[in-house]
Ligand binder design. Sequence first.
Ligand code: GLU
Length: 462
Amino acid sequence: MTVKTRFAPSPTGSLHIGGARTAIFNWLYARRNNGKFVLRIEDTDRSRFTKESIDEIIGAMRWLGLDWDEGPVRQSSRLRVYQELARELLESGKAYKCYVTPEELEERRKAYLERGEVLRYKREWANENAHPDNSYSIRLKTPDDGIIEVKDILRGVVRFNADEIDDFVILRRDGFPTYNFAVVVDDADMKITHVIRGDDHLINTPRQALLFDALSYDVPKVAHVSMILGSDGKRLSKRHGATSVLAYRDAGYLSEALVNYLVRLGWSHGDQEIFSKEELIDKFTLDSLGRSPAVSNPEKLNWLNAYYIKKKPAKQLAELILPIMQEKGCPAQVDNKLAMIIEQLRERSKTLNDFVAQSSYFYADDIEYEQKAKDKFLKEENIPLFNTLIVKLTSIQKFNHSSIHKALEEVVNETGLKFGKIAQPMRVALTGGTVSPGIIEVAEILGRNKVITRLNRAISSI
Ligand code: GLU
């Protein structure tokens, strides 16, 4: 049996990181088992789906590197299939037409409530006459009592009382299937062997079990993974910061860092924290999925992102950074200068955006001084130092690391100042702040002209 999994987002908004984690688990399980992975777009709720959301989800999947073997299949393109099967269920007496409109149903529900009863639709109005427009929904006849058992890979057997499940709609009046019906039909039709999804779907499983049974379909194995919680223990939401995958991309996270981070929220392999995709494919198993909710940990993500930035080949890093720089109007290009900046900043950057922000003084025509740094280091008493630096650095023949180093050593000897006392004012003059890579490296990257101009400007700013 070929393993086949699917990711089945409802395109009602962005791809949330919780959804992305579900997609990753399904993708990994398929890849681990040389199986197939299907992308299915569940767009049958016509009032909620948007085309932009479909595009965004597909873009996010591509960015994460989650390739699919089938799809994207849109459920809205399969209406005939659902309608045909609903008709079969009608004919076999397992389902029936319901003419009650949603508005009428709401009123009847209210009337029940007023009597202190809860309406659980069990064929109450099954024999009601057709309305003049003859439109109807189709409801599944569900058992009045008994227990519905669902076997979950992670949770064992989960039991539900049948009397709590009403005769639910499988085909709406507009001819569109409901979520539960479309899922069951598609999972069977597409020969899905394993369903891995968030445990917010656990409550749907008894309805789906009844449908698998009514349609005499084989039931796929299911695993409901715990939700991701925010650090306050509440379900992860916008309150906890960015939730959409593309927002992370736009904030300068690498896709491999986000994938690594999301997998580790709920899955483990000993104490290992860092996994390449190949390693994940090699090691991923369902039984190592955690049973308790995973708590989001933004610091961990930053740590992983910094790690992947450090490890990324310079050329690839340049390709990622350049568009961000150019968008900010920075005149950077792929050249030796950018290579040197990457060398210096990759160890100091949590995100690509952080990298770009730190690199700005290398390209700017003019820099702004941080007020505190200016007050502390751009002072009268440092003017002679700046002048000495200008003289020494101007007289260098070839302006490179070793000659700058030598020049600064001479300044140390001549002024009697410690290196740090020279480097820090120079750093403020060259970068505007007190934090940067080594000052010799900074000077080398800036080049002589910019260095001399900035030292002069420091003097005139005092
Ligand atoms: N379309 C559902 C959702 O986005 C997922 C359905 C499923 O995995 O069964 O939540």
